[in-house]
Design a protein around this ligand. Structure first.
Ligand SMILES: [Zn+2]
Length: 374
């Protein structure tokens, strides 16, 4: 109940009680005993109601009381431990080579079964092959202060992004006690997730980058009519009103020219966060003697990307954050690569959640960007 509603109800009850008291005194003086008793009971009920309204806190107040410092959060970047592989081997958390339906069944559905109040699933549409439902999951705490959107599998062969997102959602759902920031996300951040934007490509052996018609889903400009893109746009437009930011997760697959990189608009408010996370990651790996490149960070996205659509068309701070998987191991989906993916994406997401967008500038010099192919 809103405070204003509550105050007007309290005022109304107090007026009714005052009027009842006057009538009770009148009835008593006139000797109408039964009427006096009935009105007396009425006054007791009204007093009870008044006490309940006066002691009741509304939902917003409750949420503020539980998380007093939630508008300004600052925390260091960190490691979340070694992650299991995604290759179906011993100690792996999933087998990324499974087709789309099995991957959803084995990674996301067990989470939803365990916590159906927190996790909901919906079908946002059929893919271009008409064989697969494109699912969106919503991880929604009882009270939330932010709403974010995470997408992977636009390029369905970029498996490490799909696997890392699955692992991140497992961590937030099942292991939130490991870290204060993760607990904060579990309790305060509504997370909408499209686990695999291109289910057909993901179900092929080997997995394919594009959809059944050979189109890349990075076609968010209006040139082509692609079903997956249409449904993703429709979904984002439905949920966009309270979105803080969107992350589109990719990998560079066989390119190793950069260690990690983000793709962002120069003026997008979360550009500072990306630079900060990149610097930290580079520092960590430079300490191990790796040759890491912190001179350049990503490239400016073209108008066909999901990133461009979310930021330039809808005004949602957005980034494409890519992992150079082959830079970290000789194979994809190993424990090393998933550990790197979880470290990079989860740190970025946490930092982005914690940042206050209004204080962020757009003063990153443009020569920090390097033009590379997407
Ligand atoms: Zn990609």
């Amino acid at each position: 109940m809103k405070n204003r509603d509550k105050m007007s109800k309290i005022n109304l009850i107090m007026s009714v009680i005052s009027l009842d008291i006057v009538i009770v005194i009148l009835c008593f003086n006139l000797g109408k005993i039964y009427l006096t008793i009935i009105l007396g009971i009425g006054i007791i009920i009204e007093l009870n109601l008044l006490i309940r309204y006066l002691t009741e806190r509304n939902l917003t107040e409750k949420s503020k009381l539980e998380y007093p410092n939630s508008t300004k959060r600052h925390s260091a970047m960190k490691f979340f431990g070694n992650q299991p592989s995604a290759d179906g081997g011993k100690n792996s958390f999933c087998d990324i080579q499974e087709d789309y339906n099995d991957f959803i069944k084995n990674v996301y559905e067990p989470l939803r079964e365990k916590d159906p109040n927190y996790i909901k699933r919906e079908i946002i549409g059929k893919d271009s092959s008409n064989q697969y439902n494109i699912y969106a999951y919503t991880f929604e705490p009882r009270y939330f202060q932010q709403h974010i959107l995470l997408v992977s599998g636009i390029h369905a062969d970029e498996e490490d992004a799909v696997a890392s997102l699955g692992k991140i959602m497992q961590i937030i759902t099942e292991e939130s006690g490991m870290d204060g920031d993760i607990l904060y996300m579990r309790q305060n951040v509504k997370i909408s997730v499209i686990p695999v934007a291109n289910p057909w490509g993901f179900s092929q052996k080997p997995k394919k980058r594009n959809n059944v018609s050979g189109y890349t889903l990075q076609s968010f400009d209006k040139k082509k009519n692609i079903k997956e893109v249409y449904y993703i746009k429709k979904y984002i437009n439905r949920i966009k009103s309270d979105l803080s930011f969107m992350v589109d997760m990719h990998t560079t697959t066989n390119d190793s020219y950069l260690d990690f990189y983000g793709v962002i608009h120069k003026n997008c408010p979360n550009v500072r966060t990306l630079f900060r996370v990149n610097s930290w990651l580079c520092d960590q790996y430079a300490k191990e003697g790796r040759n890491v490149d912190d001179q350049y960070f990503g490239y400016r996205t073209s108008s066909c990307t999901l990133n461009y659509y979310c930021y330039k068309v809808l005004g949602i701070p957005s980034s494409t954050l890519e992992l150079s998987d082959y830079h970290w191991d000789s194979k994809k989906n190993t424990s090393k690569v998933i550990t790197m993916g979880v470290t990079m994406w989860l740190n970025y997401i946490i930092q982005q959640v914690n940042d206050e967008y209004k204080n962020m500038g757009n003063d990153i010099p443009s020569d920090k960007y390097k033009k590379v192919k997407g």
